[in-house]
Design a protein around this ligand. Structure first.
Ligand code: FMN
Length: 339
């Protein structure tokens, strides 16, 4: 794409290998978050493709019961869904990819960008930038093992100035048969901080023969639309911007205007709570859901003072959260009645 070429609307369809996707918005892979009910939420608000949290290829192949039951749980209404795998061994990746295909995934993404030490020390995630032959073999194994469209999600490099991610993207497209590249133009040592290098991403989009999905810094409507114009990617991935904020998808697709009402926020949070309880039981959900409350409390900022929002953020259990939600629902109703 040349910079002056008109960009297609975010609502237009595109292809990822054999998959036809309805629009240009993708829910990014989010470790510890992107479970079936979070993906289904993004889908209900319009996401054209949803990607799972990262799943260990070794865990799948070992047949770890929780890995299979929780990580491969796909809701019938969330398709098309891509399951993200991480790993270091092509033979294991091939087998894991076949398991993912059998579980009903529409695509597979391979994590080649995670900077977390535990993942990198095992030769997976961003460590693959230092071992491009292995990275290509992993992607090829996933393609052959699953028969599904396979994408790889890459960083620009490991440290400032390093462009090993760009070089690897070219090799994956040319040698591994990947259907697309997810590109997060921050180097791994930046983790998730700092401005992504959109100029670098734009060059990659121009050069690469397969679609590039842009990730990084896409936190609100303005930034998504600006990056969409600037970079020339085939699609964009919403990550932190979508946490507790599925309305971002709907607004960008022209299906929603403004900010959600308290009732809409509570309804969504209650769905998330119900999904987590169903998937992992109340005791684990008590702990797991604590990170979700501040994201939803943020959406309540226009309606409730900090003291009340803090009570939601500090809910220790599912029961506490439900009680706070009920109380805030009643307060909102009383305010509406008085208005
Ligand atoms: C809590 C959290 C978990 C993440 N988990 C994953 C993951 O499992 N796999 C992956 O490829 N990227 C993961 N990422 C990176 C995101 O997909 C995305 O590339 C990154 O957040 C940059 O986008 P943003 O600036 O719009 O948030 C994660 C990011 C965050 C904040």
């Amino acid at each position: 794409m040349t910079p002056c070429e008109a960009r297609p609307p975010l609502t237009s369809p595109w292809r990822l290998g054999s998959l036809e996707l309805d629009n240009r918005l993708v829910l990014a892979p989010l470790a510890g978050i992107g479970k079936w009910f979070v993906r289904l939420q993004a889908k209900r608000y319009g996401a054209g493709l949803v990607v799972s949290e990262m799943v260990s290829s070794h865990g799948l192949v070992r047949g770890n019961e929780r890995t299979l039951r929780e990580f491969l749980r796909i809701h019938p209404d969330e398709h098309p869904v891509s399951i993200q795998l991480f790993g270091d061994d092509p033979a294991v990746m091939r087998e894991a990819a076949a398991i993912v295909q059998t579980a009903g995934a529409d695509a597979i993404d391979i994590n080649m960008g995670c900077p977390v030490r535990k993942v990198c020390r095992a030769g997976a995630g961003a460590a693959l930038l230092e071992d491009p032959d292995r990275a290509v073999a992993l992607a090829r194994a996933a393609v052959e093992g699953s028969g599904l469209p396979v994408t790889c999600k890459l960083r620009s490099g490991l440290v400032p100035g390093d462009r090993s991610g760009v070089a690897l993207a070219h090799r994956l497209a040319a040698e591994a048969g990947v259907a697309g590249i997810g590109f997060h133009p921050r180097h791994a040592s930046q983790q998730h901080k700092g401005r992504p290098d959109y100029a670098l991403a734009a060059r990659l989009c121009e050069e690469l023969s397969v679609p590039v999905v842009l990730s990084g810094g896409l936190h609100d409507d303005e930034r998504v639309l600006a990056a969409w114009q600037e970079v020339g990617a085939e699609a964009v991935m919403l990550a932190r911007g979508a946490l507790g904020n599925p309305w971002l998808f709907a607004r960008l697709l022209g299906r929603y205007e403004g900010e959600p009402s308290p009732a809409e926020v509570f309804d969504e949070l209650e769905r998330v709570i119900a999904g987590a309880v169903e998937l992992m039981g109340v005791e684990r959900a008590d702990h797991y859901l604590r990170k979700f409350y501040p994201w939803y409390a943020e959406r309540l900022r226009p309606y409730f003072p900090k003291s009340l929002r803090t009570r939601l953020c500090e809910a220790a259990t599912v029961a506490d959260a439900r009680a706070v939600i009920e109380e805030l629902r009643q307060r909102a109703a009383a305010l509406r009645a008085a208005a």
